[in-house]
Structures are given as structure tokens and as C-alpha cells.
Design a protein around this ligand. Structure first.
Ligand code: ZN
Length: 365
């Protein structure tokens, strides 16, 4: 066993052990673990973590823990999810790792028009609601809302957590809830070091979770709360809801597409200005940007008679540009000519032009 194992999320060498813990023998589980941290991921994890061992452990205990509905007491969680379902066009909900299905039963009663599916390794029990179904078969993808409630802190293979995001449909949501390690200290349980064991093998921050989430999943809401709990009164929980925007373009491509559309949008104006000579009103960023490739003034520098600006005198001596500058007061020379206004448009600007240059045609950029 390496003294400093790699961080399961980023692969960097993790910290030396925060803690070393020993437990009794249990099939498939390590009897001695160390706890390590990754500062960059804001994350802690147990070691060793054999995914096959944990898989076999959960498969073995599944038959013992089948308990339909159970005693569902986490009303804050149900309220968070009900707000989500009630305020968005959600038609299908998957609870991945639904346990006894208590949460889904609460939600399915509240939203009879929404289809609910609960998956867990032992969830082959019937449902007494027409819009609620349980299965022990790995679910298909395409759900409007996927719930991962206290699931991913138990999963040894980070790539398997990443794969769960594929269950979320286009524009769909994933609600992920897990322990909040930063509040363990403020909600101690009756037993020594209760929050550190060999089943809670990932201690996430929101940053760590976002590092796992695939590109295109954006945060919708998130927070922390005290989850009602059977042992102590509460358990410190955190949740985050991500939206699947993977079908949208990545930021660089989105900006590229935007600028191409802008060039298209201004192509006609540029064509109209092509054969004409005109004054420019305003010597700011809008003007200079319009000269860029795709802009309405691109390649039309030679069509500009002069630039009208209040600082014409200063610009004429200090500006390194080749343009002529004129003060707006030289009305007689300007009026009647085409004026291309590059100043951001405020309500009184057009009226100002009508009064100062009544015979001029004004093109706004
Ligand atoms: Zn890391």
C-alpha cells in the first residue's frame, strides 16, 4: 500500500494520512484504512478502496436491507425536490440508489402527473402508486431529473460516478446529496469519530463534485442543511443541482458562432455603406470594433470623410490614426451628408441629430 496514494479525482499525490482507522473483519471490506486529503480538489478519501470489494459487499448486504418505503423522515430534502419538480417541466424522475423508496413515495403522491422510477440493487418490490415503479435493473438514460441521494460518497470508482451523469436527459437535472464534511464538527454524533468509517469513502466539497461532473453540467442551485437523522438529531448534508447543458456549445465555440452570426447580421449594412462616403459620429470602442473583420465598417476606412467628436481638436493632434476630425459645431459642413453614428444609443440621441443635422441621413451602428 502506497503511503501517499493518488487523489481519485485529479490523480495528484494526496496528503499523508489524516487518520488511520482499524475495524473488525467483514467480508469484502478493508479492516484497516487511512484517510487522505487533496487540497486542490478540496476532497478527502479512504484508502485502500477496492471497487470490486465494495461491489461485492453491497451485493451481499442488499438482501438483508430490503425494506420497502422504510421510515422516511428527510422532509427538508423532499421539500427541495418538490420545489424543483413543481417549478420546472419535469415529467420523469429517477432515484438512483433509492433504498426503500421512501423519498419517491412522498414525491409520487405529491405529483401524480410525474413518472417516478426507483433503482437499487434490491429494489425489486412492487409499488402501490400508479406513477411509481421500482426496479433492480440498471435504468435507461434520458430522465428529466436524476436523484443521487447519499450514493456517491460510497462509490469507490470515480469513473462510475461520472457515468451516472449519462442518465440525465437533455436540459435535465441531477440532484446530488451527500454528507457535508465541513459541518461534521458542528453536528457531532454520540459515537467517537462517527463520520469517518470504511463505507463513507469519499468526503466531497462542492468543488470536488464539480471536478467530477462532465463538462456541460452547470450548477442550478445548491446548499447545506441539517438532515433529520435517527441517531443524533441531525446529519450535516449538502446538495447541488446541476443542469445538463452538454448539447449547447462550449464557450469558445459559442462566442465564435455569435461573432459569425453578428457578421451575418451586419453584412447588409456594410454592403449599403460600401459605395458611399460618410461622417462617423463617435470615436469610441463601438467605432473601432466596427472596423474589425465581420464588422459593418470593415474595409471602409477610405469611405470616412471625417470623424465627428467633441474632442476633435485634441484628437487631431494626439491621435495616431489617419482620420480627419471635426467638431460637432461645424454643422453647416456636416448637415446633408450621411452620418454613421457609433455612439451607444440613448433616447434623446436621434432627436439631437434631427435638430443639429435636419438634412442628414443617420445610420446607427
Ligand atoms: Zn485531487
Amino acid at each position: 500500500m502506497a503511503l501517499t496514494p493518488p487523489c481519485p479525482i485529479c490523480g495528484r499525490e494526496a496528503s499523508s494520512a489524516i487518520a488511520g482507522l482499524c475495524f473488525g473483519d467483514k467480508p469484502h471490506l478493508p479492516s484497516a484504512i487511512t484517510l487522505h486529503g487533496c487540497a486542490d480538489c478540496d476532497f478527502a478519501f479512504t484508502w485502500p478502496r477496492d471497487p470490486f470489494g465494495y461491489r461485492d459487499y453491497y451485493a451481499a448486504v442488499a438482501n438483508d436491507t430490503a425494506q420497502r418505503h422504510g421510515q422516511y423522515r428527510n422532509h427538508p430534502q423532499a421539500d427541495i425536490l418538490a420545489n424543483l419538480i413543481g417549478s420546472r417541466p419535469i415529467r420523469s424522475v429517477l432515484d438512483f440508489g433509492c433504498g426503500g423508496g421512501g423519498l419517491l413515495h412522498v414525491l409520487a403522491e405529491r405529483f401524480p402527473q410525474v413518472r417516478f422510477l426507483g433503482f437499487d440493487v434490491n429494489a425489486n418490490f412492487p409499488s402501490d402508486l400508479p406513477n411509481l415503479r421500482f426496479t433492480d435493473q440498471f435504468p435507461q438514460d434520458g430522465h428529466d431529473l436524476v436523484i443521487l441521494s447519499h450514493v456517491i460518497e460510497h462509490m469507490a470508482d470515480i469513473s462510475q460516478i461520472k457515468a451516472l451523469f449519462d442518465l440525465v436527459g437533455e436540459d435535465g437535472l441531477v440532484h446530488i446529496e451527500m454528507p457535508d464534511p465541513k459541518h461534521y464538527i458542528s453536528v457531532p454524533q454520540p459515537h467517537f469519530g462517527y463520520y469517518v468509517d470504511r463505507l463513507h469513502i469519499n468526503h466531497f466539497s462542492q468543488r470536488a463534485l464539480l471536478k467530477i461532473a462532465p463538462q456541460g453540467f452547470d450548477v442550478l442551485i445548491g446548499g447545506t442543511y441539517r438532515m433529520p437523522y435517527a441517531l443524533g438529531d441531525f446529519y450535516p448534508a449538502q446538495y447541488v443541482v446541476l443542469q445538463n447543458r452538454r448539447h449547447e456549445q462550449a464557450v469558445p465555440e459559442a462566442i465564435d458562432a455569435y461573432l459569425q452570426a453578428e457578421a451575418q447580421r451586419w453584412a447588409d449594412i456594410r454592403a449599403q455603406l460600401h459605395g458611399r462616403r460618410f461622417f462617423i459620429y463617435g470615436f469610441g470602442d463601438n467605432f473601432h470594433r466596427s472596423l474589425s473583420p465581420g464588422g459593418p465598417l470593415h474595409g471602409l476606412e477610405g469611405n470616412i470623410i471625417a470623424v465627428i467628436d467633441r474632442n476633435a481638436a485634441t484628437l487631431a493632434t494626439s491621435s495616431r490614426s489617419a482620420f480627419q476630425f471635426m467638431d460637432p459645431s461645424e454643422i453647416a459642413r456636416i448637415d446633408g451628408a450621411l452620418i454613421v453614428c457609433t455612439v451607444s444609443q440613448f433616447s434623446d440621441l436621434a432627436e439631437g441629430f434631427r435638430q443639429a443635422y435636419p438634412n442628414s441621413e443617420v445610420q446607427y451602428l
